[in-house]
Design a protein around this ligand. Structure first.
Ligand code: AMP
Length: 187
């Protein structure tokens, strides 16, 4: 199973990704998590990425693409993977196609988790209280939603045109949404 997970910030991608990855026994590759780990360790990549993340902006494509190319070339991704939070720009879509082509493979599905804006903002504010993520303040959340609408939402049409888009309603309990996802994937 080679899968990308899409949907606005707060739609529950990270939570659902853990379940999907366990179900198919594939690595869960979250670009946001990799960036946060690098920020935490103070690496050069982390310092660069943090300047964008703090403002709710996307990290530049050349930095993100190189990181994903490295990660997908690792042995544990050879038989499948779940990408969470990548691709987010049209450039990244093209780059992912090239990376996979060079590895002799291609995507099976792009799975979109849909959610309404008020609900996701409320969820993110709640997460801010629980996890204290640096980019979960109200201003930054609003900026992340705008950036998603401008730069990432158009990708859904691209995957629809490729014929690999699956849409799942992200409203409801974690278990309900998880069951819908596995059903959509035909698991
Ligand atoms: P996430 O955990 O997926 O919400 O990502 C947190 C932040 O990391 C985003 O707001 C971006 O600043 C950065 N980021 C994660 N994935 C990407 C990506 N594919 N392209 C650019 N920036 C990204």
């Amino acid at each position: 199973m080679r899968l990308v997970l899409m949907g606005p910030p707060g739609a529950g991608k990270g939570t659902q990704a853990v379940n999907i990855a366990a179900h198919y026994d594939i690595p869960h590759i979250s670009t946001g998590e990799i960036f946060r780990a690098n920020v935490g360790q103070g690496t050069e990549l982390g310092v660069k990425a943090n300047a964008y993340m703090q403002k709710g902006e996307y990290v530049p494509d050349e930095i993100t693409n190189a990181m994903v190319a490295d990660r997908l070339a690792q042995a544990d991704a050879a038989n499948g993977f779940l990408l969470d939070g990548y691709p987010r720009t049209l450039d990244q879509v093209g780059e992912l196609d090239m990376i996979l082509e060079s590895l002799g493979t291609s995507l099976d599905y792009a799975l979109e988790i849909t959610a309404n804006t008020d609900e996701v903002v409320a969820r993110l504010l709640q997460r801010a209280k629980e996890q204290g993520r640096a980019d979960d303040t109200e201003d930054v959340i609003r900026r992340r939603m705008e950036v998603y609408a401008e730069q990432t939402e158009p990708l859904i049409a691209v995957y629809n045109d490729k014929g690999i888009l699956l849409k799942v309603d992200g409203m409801g309990s974690v278990e309900e949404v998880g069951a819908r996802i596995l059903a959509a994937l035909g698991a």
